[in-house]
Ligand binder design. Sequence first.
Ligand code: BES
Ligand code: MN
Ligand code: ZN
Length: 505
Amino acid sequence: MSGINYKLKFANKSYESDELIILGSFCKSEGKKKILNNSTWPAEFKDSFNSHKYSSEFTGEKDSSYTFFSQDGIKVIAYGLGDKKELNEESLRKSSATLFKSISKKYKTISFDLDSFTIKNNEEKSFSIIQEAFALTDYNFDKYKSTKENLKLKTIIFETKLPKTKMQKFKTIQDELLCIADAIHFSRDLVNDPPNVLNSETYAKRIEKDVKSFKGVKVKILDKADLKKEKMGLFLSVNAGSAYGPRLVHLTYTPSKATSKTKHIALVGKGLTFDTGGYSLKPAASIINMKFDMAGSATVYGAFRALVQQSPKVKISCFLGITDNAVSGLATMPDSICTGRNGKTVEILNTDAEGRLVLADVLDYACDQKPDVVIDVATLTGACLIALGNEVCGLMSNSDKLANELQKSAKEVDEYIWQLPIIPEWAKDMKSNIADLKNIGGSRNAGTAKAAAFLQEFIKNDVQWAHLDIAGVGDSQSHLPYCPAKGASGLMIRTLYRYVQNGKY
Ligand code: BES
Ligand code: MN
Ligand code: ZN
């Protein structure tokens, strides 16, 4: 949990902090000139601001700021948000994150004037964006640093003139956002942990321990012997060279008033605690950071963790396919032919295309639980970075309805997601001459969607299925101030959360 205490103060008459007050400031055009629009400021601040010699130089331009002192001698920062008409939710989120970074190391207690930060005349929405941005930005992976750089910031008081009757609604929004942010931090911590600490066995144990405190959740963990019984020959082939046992973590949340009509969503995640490539070994430069190859599993767990704390009325299962992809005398050799849980044989031509092998068996297992929807999340292909860069998540699906709802949900939380098609030609390219399937296509072209075409072979019972390739968005989101510049991003947790909460299955 974050060390920052976020307080709400309604029907505000005087500001609580004697250290710092923050006011939002907009910019408007007057002819060709840009001038400050501070119409929402309390009168007392306007006077002290205007009496300042250089204050007229401050125009409220985006992410600029001006510091002055109130009549009582309290420091006030006027923070520029730019032209109100151009300000959308994502730019407010980004500005709030940038603002948070500039103040969190310098001040202990801050009064934040909510009313001057309202966009689109929507106080609730504006507050929720700012609160979310602060909570997401308040993350630092320093567990392996001997000197920690602790934030000075301890308390933020959101202050508004709105009547007290509105406070409960804001409190509810705040609790939900802090719960999601906490799950995102948990997920980021898992991804950032190194492979000598987080291996398949310790990872599964950590999830088992964490999930204990949540009501309505059951845990089942399958080990190597269980996977053999389940005939998960593809999953096991990836684990063959590993010093650690594979784990399939199977979590089930059942709402308290479940009926036969209760919908069931299954989330599946790729959990490669390290991907060396196996015998198709990755070159030294590409192997670095392959600890993050379990980000798909950490993403679905993050979404699951946030959701179950909100007691949703839908059944949610979560399946984490966990192993590393290591090299040893026992590791699977290219040319091997292995049999999946659904009976299909796969010619393994490249041991570095391992994620799809793990997911294949886990997806088949998940479909047996008879969910209405299955969504898998994986750092599956480097090709996704070629197609969509570091910024956009790949989406592939067998259902237009599911794809549309996921796209809508992503838009609602301002995460980028783009659908790629799965065409019959690419499904054909994944067929082998001597087995049912092969694990790589005949060329590198369309590598992301060909991987999805492979996965689709393991979807059964007409389940609506979607696959999210987070190879690009899973880490290093230096363009988003509310994500760490390096390391796990936690992206797509908010999209998945929103999708499940929207309830359109
Ligand atoms: N985990 C990687 C995908 C990856 C690569 C994610 C780089 C992020 C950055 C995956 O297991 C992999 O190695 N895929 C291969 C597939 C290929 C052999 C068909 C790839 O993308 O090169
Ligand atoms: Mn690989
Ligand atoms: Zn991988």
